[in-house]
Design a protein around this ligand. Structure first.
Ligand code: GLU
Length: 310
């Protein structure tokens, strides 16, 4: 049953386009994250909308000191400045706690005492970014003497478990939350907030209407839509751009050795990122390049799959 979360009230009326880039400050911006930043910036500009930056620093052990400022400076050198001051998720803990309380009051939450090993032994899929183990529901009906470790949200059973959405780039996507995933963690055993909860609460509070990000997050989206429903939040439009891979087909990331963007050559960086998105622009200054790329993106949008009722 849907509940209304007071915490989730948007800070602004969600009229008009509001997009965002939400990097985790685990290192400097690299070509993979620049492509996502650029796509989200272009989409906002092509719609005459606002573009925000949110630093997703809740997974503290993975964050690198100074990476947030470094990312913001790189974006600025590349001509992409946010329309509002950036926000940091680490300052939003009370909002996540409030959302958790609402889900608990609605009977959608339960404590889980299973260790990763116990879950792994009982199966399942390991996912990419924001990895998670599928959960067989062991603690759904009680802890059976185990100590509570994490907090999980229930997913629907049966036909209601299949959640579909129309991605603006990838087309229609469906996921069976029950069989492909199971009840998922919102507060981790180490006390940290799960990405899935934080991102939904913040997108809701910031009145985000359009989410543009990498396709490796496609399989997180149904979980986020499920949480939006439970928290009484609107579902934004989604567009997932193909991820950038290295020579061996691995997704570019700090772990796969991606190089930091060279801010001394901003136009080269933009050209390379634009090429990954299939956009070209002959301008030889940053602002001119971005203006031409915005036109090219607008034309590109017209060729993407249209939502059935859009
Ligand atoms: N901070 C997330 C990440 O870098 C991205 C979140 C999002 O765009 O929804 O993995």
């Amino acid at each position: 049953m849907a509940v209304t979360a007071v915490t989730a009230a948007p800070m602004v009326a969600a009229a008009g386009y509001r997009g965002r880039f939400a990097p985790s400050p685990t290192g400097p911006l690299h070509m993979g994250s620049l492509v996502t930043a650029l796509a989200s910036w272009l989409d906002a500009r092509a719609h005459g909308g606002q573009w925000l930056v949110r630093i997703e620093d809740i997974d503290m052990p993975r964050c690198v000191r100074g990476a947030d400022e470094d990312i913001l400076l790189t974006l600025e050198r590349l001509g992409m400045t946010p329309d509002e001051p950036p926000v940091w998720q680490s300052r939003h803990e009370p909002f996540y706690a409030d959302a958790l309380r609402h889900l608990d009051a609605a009977g959608q939450l339960y404590p889980c005492g299973c260790s990763r090993k116990e879950i792994a032994d009982s199966l399942v899929h390991v996912r990419e970014r924001h990895q998670t183990l599928g959960y067989p529901g062991t603690c759904r009906h009680g802890l059976n003497g185990k100590l509570p470790r994490a907090w999980r949200v229930r997913v629907p059973d049966g036909p209601a478990a299949t959640l579909c959405f129309d991605d603006r780039w990838q087309g229609r996507q469906c996921q069976d939350l029950e069989t492909e995933l199971g009840d998922f963690v919102l507060r981790r055993a180490d006390g940290l907030w799960a990405y899935q909860l934080a991102v939904v609460v913040d997108d809701g509070r910031q009145g985000i209407t359009h989410i543009v990000r990498g396709a490796d997050l496609l399989d997180s989206t149904p979980r986020q839509i499920h949480l939006q429903h439970l928290l009484g939040l609107p579902t934004p439009a989604y567009l997932h751009v193909p991820v950038v891979v290295n020579g061996t087909g691995e997704k570019l990331s700090k772990q796969s050795g991606a190089q930091a963007i060279d801010t001394g050559a901003p136009l080269d960086a933009l050209r390379e990122a634009g090429a990954h998105l299939g956009l070209s622009s002959s301008a030889n200054q940053v602002q001119g390049w971005l203006a031409q790329a915005t036109d090219a993106w607008r034309q590109r949008l017209a060729t993407l799959p249209q939502p059935p009722h859009g």
